[in-house]
Ligand binder design. Structure first.
Ligand code: C2E
Ligand code: CA
Ligand code: CA
Length: 389
C-alpha cells in the first residue's frame, strides 16, 4: 500500500526532526522542506496528504505560503505550527480557510506528540467519490431527508422553531452530511430543483408535528442560487397556500456570505419573502465581512451568531466580547438573536446573562430525524409543564 505523504515545512531542523519522529510511526512518508523556495521547487502537490507549515520561514511568511498553496489547488490538510499566540494562529487558520484550503488546526511550539496525532487522526478524508450523476440519482430516488434541531427561547424554554438540516441517506454510502454535497449540488446545477423539493419536504414535515398540536415554525437554509432566483418568493407563497401553512411558520436562513454575493437580487428576494410574512434569518453571523450599513439594508428578522464564537464564550474573552457586541447591535436593529453551537449549561447561562433570545445546539438536542424530533417535542412539553406548575 502507498503511504500517505506529509510535508514538513520549517526552517528549524530540530522541529522538522521532532515532527518526523512523531508521524513516521503513523505510517507517513515525511518530506522535510526548510523553506518556501524548496516547496516551490518540489513540483506538483497532488500526492501530498498533509502539510505542516511554520508561520514564519526564513524566506517568506506562512500566509504567503497559504495563498500560494491555494493557487496550486492544494487539497492536502494543512496544519500551522508557530510560537505566536493563539490569536494570531487562529487568524492565520481563518486566512487559510478563506482561501478554500482544508485547515487541520494550529500547533504551538513546543509541539506535543499527542496534539500532532490528534490533528492527523481526526483529519477529514476528502471524499473524492461523490459525483453529480450519483447525487442526481439520489435526489430522484428521494434519498434526501431532513433532520431537525430545536431553537429554544431562553427566557421561556419554549421551542420557537426547528431548523431543517438536510442529510443524504445514500444506499451506497450511508448517511452523507451536507458539507459533502451542497457545494456539488450548487456547482452542478442540481440545487434549484433540490431547493423546491426540500421546501416541499419541510412544509410536509411541519404538518406532521402540527397534527400533534405543535405550531413550531420550520427554518430552512437557502443556498446562493436560491437567492438569485427571483421567482422563488412566488413559488414559496404558492406552496404555503397549498398546504394551508401561515407564512410566519416558515423562516428562511441565509448565510452572511451568500446574502452579500449579489445584494441586489438578495434584497429583491428577501424583501418579498418578508412582505409575504416569512421570517428571514442571517446565518453564521460574524464569519463574513459585510458592513453594518449593507446588513441594515437587508430585511432580516433574525440573526444567528456563528457557533465558532458561541462555543468559546466560557473560556475566551474575545469571543464573549464579540457575542455581547453582536447581541447589542442586533437588538438595536430590532432583530431576534439566536446563538448556535450551544453545547453546555454554562454556554446557555452566559448567553442568558448577555440577553440572547434563542439558543440552538447539542445541549438541547442534536439534529434528529422527524419521528425523534416529534418525540423530543412531546417530552419537552411535559417537562415545560412541570417546571411551570
Ligand atoms: P448551518 O446552517 O450553520 O447549520 C448548523 C450546523 O451546526 C449543522 O451542521 C448542525 O448539525 C451543527 N450543530 C448544531 N448544533 C451544534 C452544536 O451544539 N455543536 C456543534 N459543534 N455543531 C452543531 P450540518 O447539519 O452538518 O449542516 C452544515 C451546513 O450545511 C449548515 O450549516 C448549512 O449551511 C448547510 N445546510 C444544511 N442543510 C441544508 C439545506 O437543506 N440546504 C442548504 N442550502 N444548505 C444546508
Ligand atoms: Ca442554518
Ligand atoms: Ca449557522
Amino acid at each position: 500500500m502507498i503511504k500517505p505523504v506529509a510535508l514538513l515545512i520549517d526552517d528549524d531542523a530540530e522541529i522538522r526532526g521532532i515532527l518526523k519522529a512523531i508521524i513516521v510511526p503513523l505510517n507517513f512518508n515525511a518530506e522535510e522542506l526548510p523553506g518556501f523556495e524548496n516547496l516551490r521547487d518540489r513540483g506538483p502537490l497532488s500526492d501530498v496528504d498533509v502539510i505542516f507549515l511554520d508561520l514564519s520561514l526564513d524566506d517568506g511568511d506562512g500566509v504567503e505560503v497559504l495563498r500560494w498553496l491555494a493557487e496550486q489547488g492544494c487539497t492536502a490538510g494543512v496544519a500551522l505550527v508557530s510560537s505566536f499566540d493563539e490569536r494570531l494562529l487562529g487568524t492565520a487558520l481563518k486566512v487559510g480557510e478563506s482561501y478554500g484550503l482544508t485547515m487541520l488546526g494550529g500547533l504551538r511550539k513546543p509541539v506535543k506528540p499527542k496534539d500532532v496525532r490528534n490533528l492527523i487522526t481526526n483529519r477529514p478524508v476528502p471524499d473524492r467519490g461523490v459525483d453529480a450523476d450519483e447525487l442526481a440519482q439520489g435526489i430522484e430516488d428521494r434519498e434526501l431527508v431532513f433532520y431537525y434541531q430545536p431553537k429554544v427561547e431562553i427566557a421561556s424554554g419554549r421551542v420557537t422553531s426547528a431548523e431543517a438540516l438536510v442529510r443524504w441517506n445514500s444506499t451506497r454510502r450511508g448517511l452523507v452530511f451536507p458539507d459533502n454535497f451542497i457545494g456539488l449540488a450548487e456547482s452542478s446545477g442540481l440545487m434549484p430543483s433540490m431547493t423546491d423539493l426540500l421546501l416541499d419536504q419541510a412544509l410536509a414535515d411541519r404538518l406532521i408535528w402540527g397534527k400533534d398540536g405543535f405550531t413550531t415554525a420550520v427554518a430552512v437554509n437557502l443556498s446562493a442560487s436560491a437567492l438569485v432566483d427571483l421567482d422563488l418568493p412566488n413559488r414559496i407563497g404558492e406552496k404555503l397556500r397549498k398546504c394551508g401553512t401561515p407564512a410566519d411558520a416558515v423562516i428562511l436562513e441565509v448565510t452572511e456570505a451568500t446574502a452579500m454575493r449579489d445584494t441586489r437580487a438578495s434584497m429583491d428576494v428577501l424583501t418579498r419573502l418578508r412582505i409575504k410574512g416569512c421570517g428571514v434569518s442571517i446565518d453564521d453571523f460574524g464569519t463574513g465581512y459585510s458592513s453594518l450599513a449593507e446588513l441594515h439594508r437587508l430585511p432580516f428578522s433574525e440573526l444567528k451568531i456563528d457557533r465558532s464564537f458561541v462555543m468559546e464564550i466560557h473560556r475566551d474573552r474575545d469571543s464573549r466580547v464579540i457575542v455581547d457586541a453582536i447581541i447589542k447591535m442586533a437588538h438595536a436593529l430590532d432583530l431576534k438573536v439566536v446563538a448556535e453551537g450551544v453545547e453546555t449549561a454554562e454556554h446557555l447561562r452566559i448567553l442568558g446573562e448577555l440577553g440572547c433570545d434563542i439558543a440552538q445546539g447539542y445541549f438541547f438536542s442534536r439534529p434528529v430525524p422527524l419521528d425523534k424530533f416529534v418525540a423530543f417535542m412531546k417530552d419537552h412539553d411535559v417537562n415545560q409543564a412541570r417546571s411551570v406548575s
